[in-house]
Design a protein around this ligand. Structure first.
Ligand code: GLU
Length: 538
């Protein structure tokens, strides 16, 4: 059966950061809605008041926006009104609604008050364990007579509200997994509301509030992680008790680490905020998340923009088998999108990475945009404090262009933008002693020819007063080759170590202008002369 206008929702609990699993759930819901012109709702499941925090909600919203996922209905941002006709969209603002519905179920005899204490329930569970019976609630309070109920209420005894599960198997059709069935004996009368009393409405539980909301918000397809499969029969029973139509369900497979274990901190970054900080582009992450459990019809296309995904996505191609978080593939996609991205955007993102990882050098070329009061106080709090005199707009322009060429040179060598500062570090100088001590460098430098070659280079540097252009450098190297008879690698390896601290790296044709221009523009970049002075002594 196809429903003309699907309505789907993403219903996160603001109790922590948005992780890959939930982000994928959000994306699949979004794609499903966008593909067919349906509606995508954001609902904040914040009934767990102790663990829910507004900062997580804010972060969640920021992460979804960053991924490019917008919603048609959802909570208002920072005191703004909600968006949509089915609100409020925060569960903490819907408590009256849940209470009304509880009254209705009680009045219709579909639910009952359970006065069992935690101790009594525990004793019941223990007894069931001994007798090898099912570990489910016995239904002791199911048929309490009105007199006992009234007495308990009058005595102020706290109670839970339980749904009366009728004696039939609970089944639902899962769009990803096919038919799923649970015998009623495996589902005890589920609690809908905890710790209620004659004076308090109690605390409605997830299964209950999610179902009431899904029904009232007219959700047609519930697409979520498969950790909720065992909740689904209880939710189906709640729909049935109310006489509401049951939506379609699609449960997405678990995401595992490369070791096939459930994702945890051990597997490194898993929150969207961390991926962003690491310099993954949102288009790479979205593309990657889409492939975590779904594949293109042709079985091979792997690169998809959000717009392409919207056209290609279908729930039928979502697999029930677990998806493996594979950083190699994510890195490959990120490199792909870094190459395609507007260079100006990449430079801006790279600036932030330098700002974070090299606050010692970054401020010198800080652009006007980044030269904020916040930046100023950050710098003033460094030890020693950094005072920033703003250079002329012209010099800023040249420095920005210089930084863009630095990014362009090192970008092909990284998977993520947070790796750039380290890759480009030697442009800003390097530790001469550490470079000499490095095993492979030491072997290169130990050769007699290395000393002669560096001596020849030093004397040319001494005699030179201009910029060391690639042309000047080439002439010197040809002269040194003729004078020493050194073979190419005996020639270039020691020179590269002296200039960059490593015996391999990017072409001199590209490095030399970066080094010489950086020095000329007053950036913390040692010139060729300064490098040779420090390494060889001039
Ligand atoms: N708040 C639940 C969660 O974050 C939502 C589950 C659902 O989609 O029903 O897991």
């Amino acid at each position: 059966m196809t429903i003309p206008f699907p309505r789907v929702r993403f219903a996160p609990s603001p109790t922590g950061f948005l992780h890959v699993g939930n982000a994928r759930t959000a994306l699949y819901n979004w794609l499903f809605a966008r593909r067919v012109g349906g509606k995508f709702l954001l609902r904040i499941e914040d009934t767990d008041l102790e663990r829910s925090e507004i900062r997580y909600e804010a972060q969640l919203i920021e992460d979804l926006r960053w991924l490019g996922l917008d919603w048609d209905e959802g909570p208002g941002n920072q005191g703004q009104p909600d968006m949509g006709a089915f609100g409020p969209y925060r569960q903490s603002e819907r408590l009256d609604l849940y209470a009304e519905h509880t009254e209705r179920l009680l009045a219709e005899g579909k639910a009952y008050r359970c006065f069992c204490t935690p101790e009594e329930l525990e004793a019941e569970r223990k007894l069931a364990a001994v007798e090898h019976g099912p570990q489910i609630y016995s239904g002791r309070c199911r048929n309490l007579d009105q007199k006992s109920i009234d007495q308990n209420l009058a005595a102020g005894k706290p109670f839970a509200v339980r749904l009366k599960i009728e004696d039939h198997p609970l089944r639902f059709h899962d769009l990803v997994r096919g038919p799923v069935e649970f015998a009623a004996e495996t589902v005890s009368d589920p609690i809908l509301v905890r710790s209620a009393s004659s004076t308090s409405a109690g605390v409605p539980v997830y299964n209950y509030v999610a179902t009431v909301d899904d029904a009232l918000m007219q959700i047609t397809h519930v697409i979520r992680g498969d950790d909720h499969i065992s909740n689904t029969p209880k939710q189906v029973a709640i729909y049935e008790a109310f006489g509401w139509p049951v939506p379609q369900f699609a449960h997405l497979s678990t995401i595992l680490g490369a070791d096939r274990e459930r994702l945890s901190k051990r597997h490194g970054a898993t929150s969207i905020a961390t991926f962003r900080e690491m310099g993954y582009l949102p288009e790479a992450l979205v593309n990657y998340l889409a492939l975590l459990g779904w594949g293109a019809e042709d079985g091979k296309t792997e690169t998809f923009t959000l717009a392409e995904l919207t056209r290609a996505f279908s729930l039928e191609r979502v697999t029930p088998s677990p998806a493996i978080l594979d950083f190699d593939k994510l890195n490959w996609l990120n490199r792909h999108y870094l190459k395609l991205a507007d260079p100006e955007r990449v430079v801006k993102l790279a600036e932030r990475q330098f700002c974070r990882y090299r606050p010692d050098i970054f401020p010198v070329w800080a652009s006007h945009e980044l030269h904020t009061a916040e930046m100023e106080s950050f710098l003033a709090n460094q030890n020693p404090p950094i005072q920033l005199g703003l250079p002329s707009p012209e010099l800023i322009g040249q420095r920005k262009a210089w930084f863009a060429s630095l990014v362009a040179l090192f970008l092909p060598a990284v998977d993520r933008l947070d790796q750039l500062p380290a890759k480009a570090a030697m442009i800003f100088g390097f530790d001469v002693e550490a470079a000499r001590a490095d095993g492979e460098n030491a072997a290169v430098l130990a050769a007699d020819s290395a000393r002669t070659v560096l001596g020849e280079l030093a004397s040319r540097v001494r005699a030179n007063s201009g910029r060391v252009t690639p042309e000047v450098f080439k002439t010197w190297m040809n002269e040194i080759k003729a004078a020493t008879g050194a073979k190419v690698q005996d020639l270039f390896h020691p020179v590269r170590i002296a200039l960059t601290g490593a015996h391999s790296g990017r072409e001199f044709d590209k490095l030399l202008p970066l080094i010489e221009d950086g020095a000329r523009l007053g950036l913390p970049v040692p010139s060729v002369r300064q490098r040779i002075e420090r390494f060889v002594g001039v």
